[in-house]
Design a protein around this ligand. Structure first.
Ligand code: ADP
Ligand code: MG
Length: 442
C-alpha cells in the first residue's frame, strides 16, 4: 500500500509524511495510521486522504476508509530523517484525484488549474497561449506546443486548459495522455486485435493533450499512428496541445512530417522561474495549505531551489514538516536546517559587491558611477539590473540593498519590478540578466 503511495508522490513528500507513520492495524473496517501530532494528522488528511483511499482500492478494498491516530510524543531532538540527498523525480503526471470528478476530466489533476498557476516572466507567453487556446479551442493556435525543462509547469498548463474547457463545455470530450501511455495502449490494442477501438477513441475527442511527446523519438509505429490521429483531429478543427522537454526541431528521429505538423501552430517555452515568481508560488502553496509562514522564510526556500518547481514545493513541505514535528516556529534558521541535507549543492555565496562589479564590467562602467546619483538611462538601467540581481542572488533584504546604493527600500523595489517587467520583452536586457546570473552562480 505504501508502494502505491510512493509511486504517486515525490520522494521528499514520501519521506516527510509517510515514512514516519506507523501502521496501527484495522479497526471497524478502517485502516488506522499513527501520526506524530495533530498537525501531521490534519495535513495528511487534507492532502493525501484520496490518495490513501485509492491505494486501498488498488488492494481490493471496496469501501476504503482511513483514520488517523496521534502517537504519544517521542523524545527525539530532530525527528526528520537525516537522509542523504535523494534526487527528486519529476513524478507521474498528477496524483489520482480525490473527489469524484466529471468524466470528461478523469485524467486531470484537480489542482492543475489556471487559478493555481502563478504567472511570471518565465511563463507568461506559454500561459497566454494556453488561455487563448482554452477560450477558443481549435481556432487560436493549433497545435499548441509547450516545451521546457522538467518541473516547470507544462503538465499543469495542459491540465488547466482541460479544466477550463470541461467547465464551459461539459459535453466536450477531453483526453489527456502521456506519450508513454499512448504508446502502451497502442501496443496492447494491436496485440488484442482492438486497433479500431483505439483509433476511435483518440480520433473522436474534442481536445487532445499529449504530454512529453519527446518520447515519440525512435518509435516508428507510434509515430505512424499518432500522425493519423493528428490529421484526423486537425482536419476537424479539434484542439491539440503537446508538451515536450525540447522544441520539435531538437527531437531526434522524429519523422519530418510529424515535426512539421508540430510547427504548424504555436511553439512556446517555459523557463526557470525567477526569484519573485518562486516566492509567489511558495506563498500560494502555503495559503492553500493554510500554513502561516513568514515571508523571509519563503524567501530563504526560494533561494535554495531555483530550477524545478516540484522541488520547490517539496522544499516548502519539508520545512513545514520539520518545524511541526520538532514543535518549533518557522524561522530562517529552522528552514536552513530542514533543507541542509536534502538540497545538497548549496549555491555559491555571492556578495553585493561582487554583483555590482560584474554588472559594472558588463556595462563597461565604474561601479561607483552605478552607485552614484546619475539619472541618465545609461546609468539607471545597470543600477536596476544590479539591484535586481543582488535581490536574486544574495540574502540581503530590500532595506539593506537600499543602503548599499544610498537609497531607500522602495526605490529598490521599484527597480526590481522595472527589470521584472522588461524580462522576456526586452531581449537585450534579458540576455544580460541571464548571462550575469549564470556567471555569478559559478
Ligand atoms: P512539468 O510537466 O513541466 O514537468 P508540472 O506541470 O508537473 O511540470 O509542474 C511541477 C509542479 O510545479 C506541479 O506541482 C505544478 O503544480 C507546479 N507548478 C509549475 N508551475 C507552476 C506555476 N507557475 N504556479 C504554480 N505552480 C506551478
Ligand atoms: Mg509533465
Amino acid at each position: 500500500m505504501l508502494g502505491y503511495v510512493r509511486k504517486n508522490i515525490t520522494e521528499v513528500e514520501y519521506h516527510t509524511w509517510f515514512a514516519p507513520m506507523k501502521h496501527l492495524g484495522v479497526e471497524g473496517g478502517s485502516l488506522v495510521l499513527g501520526v506524530r501530532n495533530s498537525f501531521a494528522q490534519d495535513f495528511v488528511r487534507r492532502q493525501y486522504q484520496g490518495l490513501l483511499e485509492d491505494a486501498l482500492r488498488s488492494l481490493g478494498a471496496e469501501h476504503p476508509q482511513v483514520t488517523f491516530q496521534v502517537l504519544p510524543a517521542v523524545q527525539e531532538a530532530m525527528i526528520l530523517p537525516q537522509e542523504t540527498p535523494t534526487p527528486v523525480q519529476p513524478g507521474p503526471p498528477g496524483r489520482p484525484a480525490a473527489p469524484a470528478s466529471p468524466d470528461n476530466r478523469k485524467n486531470l489533476n484537480p489542482k492543475y488549474t489556471f487559478e493555481n498557476f502563478v504567472v511570471g516572466p518565465n511563463n507568461n507567453l506559454a500561459h497566454a497561449a494556453a488561455l487563448a487556446v482554452a477560450e477558443s479551442p481549435g481556432k487560436a493556435y493549433n497545435p499548441l506546443f509547450i516545451y521546457g525543462d522538467v518541473g516547470l509547469g507544462k503538465t499543469h498548463l495542459m491540465h488547466a486548459v482541460g479544466h477550463y474547457i470541461a467547465e464551459r463545455f461539459p459535453e466536450k470530450r477531453i483526453e489527456y495522455v502521456s506519450t508513454e501511455t499512448f504508446t502502451n495502449e497502442l501496443i496492447n490494442s494491436i496485440r488484442d486485435d482492438k486497433s479500431a477501438q483505439f483509433r476511435n477513441r483518440y480520433r473522436s475527442v474534442d481536445l487532445l493533450l499529449v504530454d512529453d511527446i519527446q518520447f515519440l523519438a525512435g518509435k516508428e509505429r507510434t509515430q505512424e499512428e499518432f500522425f493519423h490521429t493528428f490529421n484526423a483531429l486537425y482536419e476537424n478543427h479539434k484542439q491539440i496541445i503537446l508538451s515536450s522537454d525540447r522544441p520539435p526541431k531538437d527531437i531526434q528521429t522524429l519523422e519530418g512530417r510529424l515535426r512539421s505538423r508540430f510547427e504548424w501552430g504555436l511553439i512556446t517555452d517555459i523557463q526557470s522561474p525567477e526569484f519573485e515568481t518562486r516566492v509567489a508560488i511558495l506563498k500560494m502553496n502555503a495559503e492553500h495549505n493554510r500554513i502561516d509562514i513568514p515571508q523571509d522564510v519563503l524567501e530563504l526556500i526560494a533561494r535554495q531551489v531555483t530550477t524545478n518547481i516540484r522541488e520547490l514545493e517539496g522544499a516548502l513541505m519539508r520545512v513545514v514538516a520539520f518545524s511541526s514535528l520538532n514543535n518549533v516556529p518557522f524561522s530562517r534558521a529552522v528552514a536552513a536546517k530542514a533543507l541542509s541535507n536534502v538540497f545538497a549543492p548549496q549555491e555559491v555565496k555571492v556578495e553585493m559587491m561582487d554583483v555590482l562589479k560584474q554588472v559594472a564590467a558588463h556595462f563597461n562602467m565604474p561601479p561607483d558611477v552605478i552607485r552614484g546619483s546619475g539619472r541618465v538611462r545609461e546609468v539607471v538601467v545597470p543600477r536596476q539590473v544590479a539591484q535586481y540581481l543582488i535581490r536574486d542572488l544574495t540574502d540581503h533584504s530590500l532595506p539593506e540593498i537600499g543602503q548599499f546604493f544610498g537609497r531607500d527600500h522602495s526605490t529598490v523595489m521599484h527597480a526590481i519590478s522595472k527589470v521584472t517587467e522588461q524580462l522576456g520583452k526586452d531581449s537585450e536586457l534579458t540576455a544580460a540578466v541571464e548571462l550575469l546570473r549564470r556567471k555569478m552562480k559559478g
